[in-house]
Design a protein around this ligand. Structure first.
Ligand code: ATP
Ligand code: MG
Length: 287
């Protein structure tokens, strides 16, 4: 399902800290093609030794990413196994995670954010056509390959990263902590990932993108987060009615009522003109 990469072909450059169940590094991989040496920057995700039981799900994520190809989907070169080490070797994406980028507080225009949403919708549509569920869509898993010009017209370029460990494998605490990205029906049945559950996560991610990459329920304890879903609550709506409406459709507690990707894309495309009105009439809406 995936390409095996020899551990000897990998070089560790620096530690970048921790992911959810991983230690993350910048590095490079060396290949020999027709006697010529090729060096590629890579992002190395090593499954934490304490979470080694997750290895199968970790490799499933790598395998999923290796099987499909789309310009807005992160490239996974393969996996490397060395002793007890399980490593996913990915393309290194220059500007890192989108939530962090937005949190740095640069001025980012509405059309830039709308472009990000459209690019994410295009991968979602691609996955829907292939009947493939991602399972962990959030701004943290959107990587910024090109900044564009956030304040002006030129568009960004994002890539959706791998889903990591499957929701069904995670503890109750970790799942509750993923509120409001995890679809509410998954609390009842975490193994029931569907195309519809990705739509919910898409809605939450679009909310994040338009709210400076902030966690909408930052600091809420797990009980409160749980109550948020129990009470069928919604995230604070955007002032931009069309956007608020799209997010509300995606974050519908009834999975069957969430829109198709075609409808999502149609709605995003029709937002261009209103975007202009907001951008020029009411400055404060731009972050
Ligand atoms: P999860 O499975 O929950 O997504 P993870 O192990 O993928 O967890 P993340 O928290 O998603 O870990 O990623 C950690 C950080 O690594 C991100 O904030 C991002 O800045 C950076 N990062 C992830 N993938 C890449 C990549 N391919 N290139 C550059 N930076 C990356
Ligand atoms: Mg990730």
């Amino acid at each position: 399902q995936f390409h095996k990469i020899k551990y000897e072909d990998l070089t560790w450059v620096e530690s970048l800290g921790q992911g959810s169940f991983t230690r993350i590094f910048k590095g490079y991989k060396t290949d020999i093609h027709d006697g010529e040496k090729h060096v590629t920057n890579v992002f190395l995700k090593e499954l934490d030794a304490v979470h080694k039981d997750y290895w199968e799900s970790f490799f499933e994520a790598a395998s999923l990413m290796s099987q499909i190809s789309h310009k807005h989907l992160l490239l996974v070169y393969g996996v490397s196994v060395y002793g007890a080490k399980n490593i996913m070797v990915q393309e290194f994406v220059e500007y890192g995670a989108l939530d962090l980028f937005l949190k740095r507080g640069r001025s980012v225009s509405v059309s830039w954010k709308l472009d990000v949403a459209k690019q994410l919708a295009s991968v979602l549509n691609f996955l829907e056509e292939k009947n493939i569920v991602h399972g962990n869509i959030c701004a943290k898993n959107l990587l910024l390959a090109r900044e564009g010009d956030p304040a002006q017209g030129s568009p960004p370029f994002i890539k959706l990263s791998d889903p990591g460990i499957r929701v069904g494998m995670l503890s109750r605490e970790v799942i509750l902590d993923r509120i409001p990205w995890v679809a509410p029906e998954l609390l009842m049945d975490p193994n029931n990932l569907t195309l519809e559950s990705d739509k919910w996560s898409f809605g939450a991610s679009v909310w994040e993108i338009f709210n400076g990459g902030n966690n909408p329920l930052l600091g809420w304890d797990l009980n409160l987060k749980h109550q948020f879903y129990e009470n069928f609550q919604q995230l604070p709506p955007s002032q931009w009615t069309e956007l608020a409406d799209l997010i509300a459709q995606c974050m519908d507690y009834q999975a069957a009522f969430r829109p198709s990707c075609r409808s999502i894309i149609r709605q995003l495309n029709s937002m261009i003109t209103s975007d202009y009105v907001i951008l020029h009439a009411a400055e404060p809406v731009t972050q």
